[in-house]
Design a binder for this molecule. Sequence first.
Ligand SMILES: Nc1ncnc2c1ncn2[C@@H]1O[C@H](COP(=O)(O)OP(=O)(O)OP(=O)(O)O)[C@@H](O)[C@H]1O
Ligand SMILES: [Mg+2]
Length: 224
Amino acid sequence: MKIIKIEDLSFAYQLNNPIFTNASIELPINEISLIKGANGSGKTTLCRILSGLEKNYSGLISFNDLDFKSVSFADKAQVVTYLKQEPLSNVVAATPDEDLTLWQHGFDKNNEKSHSELRYKVMKKFKIEHLKDKPFWEMSGGQIKRIGLAALLINYDKYWILDEPISGLDNTLIGIFTSILEERKTLGKGCLIISHKEDYFNNLIDKSYSIENKKFENYGKRFF
Ligand SMILES: Nc1ncnc2c1ncn2[C@@H]1O[C@H](COP(=O)(O)OP(=O)(O)OP(=O)(O)O)[C@@H](O)[C@H]1O
Ligand SMILES: [Mg+2]
């Protein structure tokens, strides 16, 4: 079983103000794990650590026994992809089509047709295909959020780290997104969901945790 293990994680942005102290958790990559916690408890910080943006931690984070610290950022990005909490921070180009093109960079560059077909398909999934060439500064917050979700589909096979993935989405889009998570799960592809709205994910979650006192507390399996 493929697994991300966090053992005795300690991390602080500033000396004497730790966010995590000796915190441990296991995230099997074929499961859906949910982590909740109060504002400021460290959820986004955990996402930043797992995606390789924060390296200055102590303890061991490993993927299939391979120490994360020995893996380059580029190699890590082949295994995990990170949807950030703030929708705008997921956008790197001016328009959805340009943004998704950048995500496709690693694909076969000679096959332009399949590139644009896939982009159209993932935009259509989140109902932004009509906005494909619209600059994000002319888009609503929920529309910008959907660009990040569409980019997840370009990274379909990776382990998804999702920081508040449904905040700002209407109910139709929440339904579309949770059904994608469900479909991926049947294919053995899991994710980490950070959310205050756990009720939307009740039927999908394998294990849920809460960050309490700078550690991960097990909330067990729901409905069992
Ligand atoms: N770059 C930074 N430098 C210093 N402190 C930071 C930095 N980023 C976050 N913090 C602090 O670290 C703590 C944890 O922040 P984090 O963003 O991880 O919380 P969170 O659990 O995601 O909260 P929320 O529910 O509001 O999203 C907060 O007290 C925050 O102010
Ligand atoms: Mg956060």
